[in-house]
Ligand binder design. Structure first.
Ligand code: MG
Length: 381
């Protein structure tokens, strides 16, 4: 039977690759609903090809333009936060792919979970900012969460058939980003253009900058804590520039399992959309004869302080991870606009984290309020 999916963020890098996966499994997957911000041409094309019944766009202005280009198509178009909610809760969708950056997705995703929809999760902010609330919701509703992130997909694959009690630790691999070999003192000169050259993965601008600061890996540490129920002391990060090993699990007996493959997001996306069923595809494959070598090094905490900030925020819990996330998002936005150079991203995040008291056991409203406050503070610095 065909499973209907809804995609929050269908015109971004992950969203487009999800639809590529849908295209090669037409007997398994179909599209119920799509949400974009304002990529008019792409959403119009997607509606024509995948025929969702519901779509959502940023506002009425975008809606009018999309409507004009879709005259006659049987699709309901919604806007704004209500639109995201409509897409996430589309009646026939059994799974919701969450791939919009930032905390925008939170409310919509929590509603989808309440309606017992499985979640394919690419947006890091859901677990970073609202990990406890989200996981409690998931448990209460009895839905499944499938990570769309190469590292967490790797860990999930390594854990198949294993007892979680036998995990000694997990080792998340990080490419190290474009500045791995850049001397620390040169980081003050680095601009958005320099940072957008990611060595191995093809991704959107926000996550590419997060990879350059290692904040992306920090977020993945917090995600892993919630997804796999591990203490922070059990989650390690290692730099592995080739991005061939996507992550590893070490068990109590000293045995280590790793998941390897060509760095292609469509592989973890397919694994998530097909609910961990293995199916043949035509994506690129790893040829060991062509791999020159696999190298590893410890992350440089002085050069990339954001990784440590994530451990601090994750362990503190409460609203601090949401503050970290919002401060980072604002700082990265400003960096992408050319307001300052690379080294200042971490400086701003640290300053904002120092301004706020973390609130314990927060409700969603507390998290959203902390998010707003931290964003404003980061913009003001
Ligand atoms: Mg990743």
């Amino acid at each position: 039977m065909k499973k209907a999916i809804a995609i929050l963020g269908s015109t971004g890098s992950i969203g487009k690759q999800c639809l590529e996966v849908v295209s090669i499994f037409p007997s398994r997957l179909r599209v119920a609903a799509l949400a974009t911000r304002d990529d008019i041409d792409t959403i119009v094309e997607q509606v024509k090809k995948f025929q969702p019944r519901i779509i959502s766009v940023l506002n009425d202005e975008v809606k009018a333009k999309v409507e004009a280009k879709l005259a006659g198509a049987k699709v309901e178009i919604f806007t704004g936060a209500e639109g995201l909610l409509k897409v996430a809760t589309a009646a026939d969708a059994k799974m919701v792919v969450v791939a919009i950056p930032g905390s925008l997705a939170l409310t919509a995703v929590l509603e989808a979970v309440k309606l017992k929809k499985d979640i394919a999760l690419a947006t890091k902010e859901v677990l970073v900012a609202a990990g406890e609330i989200f996981m409690n919701g998931v448990k209460a509703a009895g839905v499944k969460v499938f990570p769309i992130d190469s590292e967490h997909s790797a860990i999930a694959q390594c854990l198949r058939g294993e007892d979680k009690k036998t995990i000694k630790k997990i080792i998340l691999t990080a490419s190290g980003g474009p500045f791995l070999k850049t001397p620390a003192e040169k980081l003050v000169q680095m601009t958005a253009k320099d940072a957008l050259k990611h060595p191995t993965w093809k991704m959107g601008p926000k996550i590419t900058i997060d990879s350059a600061t290692l904040m992306n890996k920090g977020f993945e540490v917090i995600e892993a804590h919630y997804l796999f129920g591990l203490d922070y002391a059990q989650i390690e990060v290692i730099i592995h520039p080739e991005s061939i090993i996507h992550s590893m699990v070490e068990f109590v007996d000293g045995s280590i399992k790793a998941q390897l493959g060509a760095p292609d997001m469509r592989v973890p996306i397919q694994y998530a959309l097909l609910e961990e069923e293995r199916q043949a595809n035509h994506w690129g494959r790893l040829d060991f004869a062509k791999v020159a070598g696999l190298t590893f090094q410890k992350p440089d905490k002085m050069k990339f302080p954001c990784l440590e900030y994530a451990y601090v925020a994750g362990k503190a819990k409460g609203t601090l991870p949401a503050i970290l996330n919002a401060a980072n998002e604002e700082a990265v936005n400003q960096f992408l606009k050319g307001r300052f150079n690379f080294d200042q991203i971490a400086v701003k995040i640290k300053a904002v984290m120092g301004q706020y008291q973390s609130k314990e056991s927060p409700a969603l409203n507390d998290i959203l309020a902390a998010d707003q406050a931290a964003r404003a503070a980061a913009a003001a610095i």
